[in-house]
Design a protein around this ligand. Structure first.
Ligand SMILES: [Zn+2]
Length: 236
């Protein structure tokens, strides 16, 4: 992003947050390719003087035409690419997206490029749209994000002794084999462990086949795994 000092440029990305002032000025927190998260101003956007249609709604993906001034980014126009409108009536799916949006706002560093996580966020939305079970997409998104940052727990190797895992316990310090696991953590059967691995290692189109919304085996186990992987973010 250092190459763009001032002037006009166009970048794809997503609206993470929107704030409207009493005067009708809109402030957006966009997550952009190459630029990472940036604050962008759209003066008067909510007064109807400048119209961006649905492009300034949270979770909308667009190609954003921006002007970079000395200190501030301004939105000039935006071409919507994907608004995930079809998900807005599906509570379980839309709540996942809103939740990840919140995590991204909390953990990304403004101005720091993070294209891998941006792509992962987009593709995770597509998986929800294609009907993959939200609990599975949640695990996939959170684990792969942690993995991009080099802090995901290994799903193959015991965090204690380094032996290959068959069954395991998932705790806040990783997955442990039965001999290393002390009390606590979530017991993962061989089958559940294999499904957790598949959800992150299969390519997206295979994930759609494997974990479509009709798939609901051990939803409680997925829910617990999601809650536990989420705890890793409190250490970031
Ligand atoms: Zn071990």
């Amino acid at each position: 992003m250092t190459e763009v000092r001032q002037g006009l440029f166009k970048l794809p990305g997503v609206v993470l947050k929107r704030r409207i002032s009493p005067e009708g000025d809109v402030s957006l927190y966009l997550f952009l390719k190459e630029a990472g998260p940036v604050y962008v101003q759209a003066p008067g956007a909510s007064r109807g003087r400048v119209r961006f249609g649905g492009a300034i709604e949270p979770l909308v993906w667009a190609a954003f035409n921006l002007y970079r001034g000395e200190r501030t980014f301004y939105l000039k126009s935006a071409d919507i690419k994907e608004d995930f409108w079809g998900l807005r009536g599906k509570t379980a799916a839309i709540n996942r997206l809103l939740d990840w949006d919140g995590l991204l706002c909390r953990h990304l560093v403004p101005g720091l490029q993070c294209d891998e996580v941006l792509t992962l966020f987009y593709r995770s939305g597509l998986l929800l749209k294609e009907g993959v079970h939200p609990l599975v997409v949640e695990w996939r998104f959170l684990w792969k994000w942690l993995n991009e940052w080099g802090v995901a727990p290994s799903l193959d190797i015991c965090g204690g002794c380094g032996s290959r895992l068959t069954s395991a316990r998932l705790g806040t310090s990783g997955l442990h084999c039965p001999s290393c696991a002390r009390s606590g953590g979530q017991h993962l059967s061989e089958e559940m462990l294999e499904q957790l691995r598949e959800s992150v290692s299969l390519p997206a189109r295979k994930v759609v086949e494997r974990f479509h919304s009709e798939y609901f085996a051990s939803a409680a186990a997925w829910r617990e795994a999601d809650e536990r992987i989420r705890q890793y973010f409190s250490f970031l």
